[in-house]
Design a protein around this ligand. Sequence first.
Ligand SMILES: [Zn+2]
Length: 175
Amino acid sequence: MILDEVLKANQEFVKEFEPKKLSHSPQKKLAIVTCMDTRLTGFLEPAMGIDRGDAKIIKNAGNTIVDRDVIRSVAAAIYALGAEEVMVVGHYECGMANVDPEKLISAMKARGIPEEILSGVDLKEWIGAIEGEEENVLNAVQEIKESPFIPDDVPVHGLIIDLYDGKLKVLVEDK
Ligand SMILES: [Zn+2]
């Protein structure tokens, strides 16, 4: 099991680690909505100059706002934790831009998900497939800004990162 590997790594980690208390409020007063892509782990933060304790980072598949959960987390970051700026950060070559619903359906069927569950939904929509990475960031920014739960005075920016060279491109600079 991968769990054993993780627990072993944790034992080593704890031995070396010097504990320190950090505030739960983001020191940079920033909330980030980004993708769960593995290649962003340990990469996006240094590329943005963010250290432990600096920002609230909300991740999902494709940094999309398909349900209330992202808005809920952004709202908590703003109202409860003092975030003053929001950034949606997408990346090129996102797996969610290449979702093949046929493949998805057969993979789910093969793992025992019943036919009637799969026939009742638009799987591409359900999984949150996106058309294009840049367009997806623009949509997410728009949806956060339009949410009645997000105050108008919080800027919501849209950015996209290149996974090879780490360069960030600004797609929306909010005032
Ligand atoms: Zn992605």
